[in-house]
Design a binder for this molecule. Structure first.
Ligand code: NAP
Length: 283
């Protein structure tokens, strides 16, 4: 019997979670096409076969702009699929740790969002993730839903890798300076997940690195910490950078519940970023 089943294990967070948990317990990582969370019967059968104590659901449709024109698929994976995994967890009496997002909020609040604040997603991706939260909460399974944000790591396209690639291709970059959020290392989040599941805290918990910044400040930090201070970055307004999906202006999450539950505060986004970049450069 395995201890933990990780869905979406080939994705950015899934890889980090498999890595972080492997030193602590037996882990099985699964991903599409062999394990498709949209297929309820196959999901239930596979979960029964694996019989884990915990399922960490990292499987998701994560293309925020793509979701605007692929609403059905986004909801199938992020809402129905999440529900299927949670129902399977309930069936075998396992805990489900499910991943959600700061994009369930509209970003209009001037103070950090607590778990109890009312969501109001601005885009299809956020709507589908909110529906997934509801499906998990109503499944009857013991659950922990973690809202995270602005993830970067190995294995999937992300802002850090995009900035480094563009810095090599262009003379200067233009980056939005009026959207604020919380950059989060997938590796740090995986450690949080590994520690949190054993604390007994359940329900909804915000989980990111500490501190916030704009995409522009994030880009500047990525380049400066990579020895690319000479690459120019121009701050631009959201209106100058048209994209299919609307984004929250200020999706800053309160980490009070997380910090109290863990007994330690996640380190700052800048410290985590510096580590990631050093590791990436083989340092
Ligand atoms: N990335 C972020 O900035 C961010 C921010 C906030 C919250 N989150 C949440 O964090 C979680 C992990 O995100 P991530 O960045 O690691 O995403 P990711 O890299 O896109 O990984 C998701 C994985 O799920 C797989 N998948 C897609 N549809 C599936 C299905 N029907 N059945 C099983 N697996 C399926 C994907 O496979 P394919 O690649 O083949 O589609 C991929 O391997 C998600 O719940 C996401 O919503 C992410």
């Amino acid at each position: 019997m395995s201890d933990v089943l990780v869905t979406g294990a080939d994705g950015m967070l899934g890889r980090a979670v498999v890595r972080a948990l492997s030193s602590r317990c037996a882990v099985i990582g699964v991903d599409i096409p062999a394990f498709d969370i949209v297929d309820a019967a196959a999901t239930l059968a596979a979960v029964r076969r694996a019989s884990p104590h915990i399922i960490v659901n990292c499987a998701a449709y994560t293309d925020v702009d793509g979701a605007e024109s692929n609403r059905d698929l986004a909801f199938q994976v992020n809402a129905n699929g999440a529900g299927n995994v949670a129902l399977a967890a309930h069936d075998i009496g396992a805990l489900i740790v499910h991943m959600s997002t700061d994009y369930v909020f509209d970003g209009e609040s001037s103070s950090p969002y607590a778990e109890s604040d009312t969501p109001n997603p601005l885009n299809v991706y956020g709507e589908s993730k909110l529906a997934g939260e509801t499906a998990v909460a109503e499944s009857g399974a013991e659950y922990l839903i973690l809202r995270t944000a602005w993830l970067y790591g190995h294995g999937s396209p992300n802002f850090v890798e995009t900035m480094l690639r563009l810095a090599g291709e262009r003379d200067g970059l233009r980056v939005v300076d009026d959207q604020e959020g919380m950059p989060t290392s997938a590796a740090d989040l995986a450690t949080i997940i590994a520690d949190l599941q054993s604390t007994g805290v359940r329900g909804l918990v915000n989980a990111t690195n500490s501190g916030s910044c704009t995409w522009f400040s994030f880009a500047r930090a990525i380049l400066d910490l990579s020895g690319l201070s000479d690459v120019r970055v121009e701050p631009v307004r959201t209106e100058e950078f048209t994209r299919p999906a609307k984004r929250p202006r200020r999706s800053v999450l309160s980490l009070a519940r997380l910090t109290e539950s863990l007994g330690w505060e996640p380190r700052s986004w800048r410290e985590a970023l510096a580590d990631y970049l050093m590791e990436r450069q083989g340092g």
